[in-house]
Write a protein that binds this ligand. Sequence first.
Ligand SMILES: NC(=O)c1ccc[n+]([C@@H]2O[C@H](COP(=O)([O-])OP(=O)(O)OC[C@H]3O[C@@H](n4cnc5c(N)ncnc54)[C@H](OP(=O)(O)O)[C@@H]3O)[C@@H](O)[C@H]2O)c1
Length: 279
Amino acid sequence: MTGLATGDVFVLGAGAMAEAFIRGVLQRGALQPAQLCVVSRNPQGRAVALQGQYGVRAGSYAQAAQARLVLLAVKPGDAADALAQVEPYLHGQPLVSFAAGVTMRWLEEQVQGKSPVVRTMPNLPVAVLAGVTAVAFPEHGLLPADRAWIRFLLEQLGTVVEVPESLMDAVTAVSGSGPGFVCAFLEAMEQTAQRLGMDPQLARPLLLQTLAGTAQALREWELSPAELRQRVASPGGTTQAGLAVFERGGLAALVSEALTAAANRSAELGQAFVSTGRR
Ligand SMILES: NC(=O)c1ccc[n+]([C@@H]2O[C@H](COP(=O)([O-])OP(=O)(O)OC[C@H]3O[C@@H](n4cnc5c(N)ncnc54)[C@H](OP(=O)(O)O)[C@@H]3O)[C@@H](O)[C@H]2O)c1
């Protein structure tokens, strides 16, 4: 743990994302329950439920003052109100935001420059500690030990990749919406498997292990998807017959259009959180 900061973490919001974080850091022993303080909008609501389930403290906004790190885990539309509540208790503790589309500049303005701001984009599988979180760190103002600690804490939820903030809309399309796109493909495969005679109890494990196994093979053999595809598709074989249909139907162009639409929509939603010019 050399080079890592340590201390208490204040979690603003007590929903799905807050719970994924809490579960991850506790299950893996990265933090003790007493180091986590959580606040929900309704003081008797979900924060208290998390206290009962994980032994963390359900607290008040003022407890952010004692924390070494503040996590923003409220919906983007609630971020301004939630930050206004903690802003008086900030004195340089880094603020790590999970809020999709909310820019670093806007966050800095909300907290009047009192905290260095880190923006993240986790995806849904963080809830089962197998997610991927893209992180944009600020260029200045964050201590190396805090940066290493933030990365370490996020790694408890799965893989972490560092990106410049300018790539966040693209990340949102690829890994944020990615589970939805993968599921749409799986859904179509599952429906066809049933048409070909399988019942869902048989089709589902075949599909899920095909997905997980392909990902593992790509990682272990350090191959690109194109390379592995070529290995599976022998000339004149079954895979090649299916891939020819994808090619005729323009799968690559369709996927490109879908991801571009997602990235554009992310940029549109983020328009509400560009700089206000206030600070
Ligand atoms: N879930 C995911 O997989 C995922 C993935 C990527 C990004 N995110 C981001 O993570 C953030 C949280 O999403 P979520 O799915 O966890 O939302 P959620 O389940 O709806 O939870 C939101 C929490 O915020 C609390 N809250 C709202 N206003 C507050 C305030 N003023 N003070 C204190 N707490 C307040 C709510 O309190 P009450 O319980 O009292 O209503 C609730 O506990 C979002 O910004 C989202 O963009 C989530």
